[in-house]
Design a protein around this ligand. Sequence first.
Ligand code: NAP
Length: 245
Amino acid sequence: MTLGRAAVTGASSGIGAATAVRLAAEGFDVVLGARRADKLAEVARACGPSARAVELDVTDDASVDAFCAQAGDCRVLVNNAGGALGLDPVAGADLDLWQRMWDVNVLGTVRMLRALLPALVASGNGHVVNVGSIAGIEPYVGGAGYNAVKAGVHSLSEVLRKETVDQPVRVSEVLPGLVETEFSLVRFGGDADRAAATYAGMTPLTADDVADVIAFVVTRPPHVNLASTLLLPTDQASVGVVHRR
Ligand code: NAP
C-alpha cells in the first residue's frame, strides 16, 4: 500500500530531487516537476518504477495546468521550485531579476496551490509543504529581492494555514539556512568560484538533510502539523553569523 501521491516541484536538482527520492523510498507515488526534462527523468529513475516525471514551468499557467492534470489526485504537494538571482543592493536593483524571483517563488507557489488544493482537500488528509528560507524571516544586505519573495512565501503559508483550518489539509513551511545545491551557482549566474565561496570553511546542509525533514513533516499522524521548521547547519546561527574555519 502506498502513502498516496506526492507532487514535488523543482525536482530536477538539489532539495527537490532529494525530496522526491526520499518520499518515494517512504512509500509515496511521486510526480516530479521541473523544466529540465533530462535531469528530471534521471531523478525519476532513481525514485523507482512508480515515479513520473512531467515537465513543469511554475511561471506558466498552461504548464501548471498540464502538470496538475497528470498529477491528478495528489495528497501531498511540496512547493520547492524557486531560488535567488543576484546579490545586489536595493539602489542597484535589477528589476528583471526581481520580477523573475517573484514569478517563480511566489506566483509559482500560488499557481500550484490554486490548481492542486481541491485534490489535496478531497484526499481527506492533504498536506502542503512550502520550501521557504531563513532569508524570508531575516533580511540581509544584498538580499532584498530574495528576502522579499521568501517573506512572501512565509506570509502565504501562514495565511493558507488559517484559511484552511476547517479543512482536511495541513500547511507546513520548511525554512532552510545554507544548503549546498545548485542554488548559489544559479544565484551568481554560473560563477562557480563565487558559488563555492558561499560555503567556504563551513559545513553546509545537504539536500538530503532537508529532504529528511520534509519526509518527517509529511509522515506525522494527521492531527500533527509541523507548521514552521527552521533548519540550519550547526555552523550557522543566523544569516550573517556563520562559523568558518
Ligand atoms: P537548486 O538546486 O537550484 O534547485 C532549484 C529547483 O527549482 C531546480 O530543480 C529547478 O529546476 C527548479 N526551478 C527553477 N525555476 C523553475 C520553474 N520556473 N518551474 C519549475 N521548476 C523550476 O536549488 P535548491 O537549493 O535545491 O532550491 C530549492 C528551494 O530551496 C528553492 O525554493 C530555494 O529558494 C530554497 N532554499 C534553498 C536554500 C539553499 O541554501 N540552497 C536555502 C533556503 C531555501 P529547472 O531549472 O530544471 O526548472
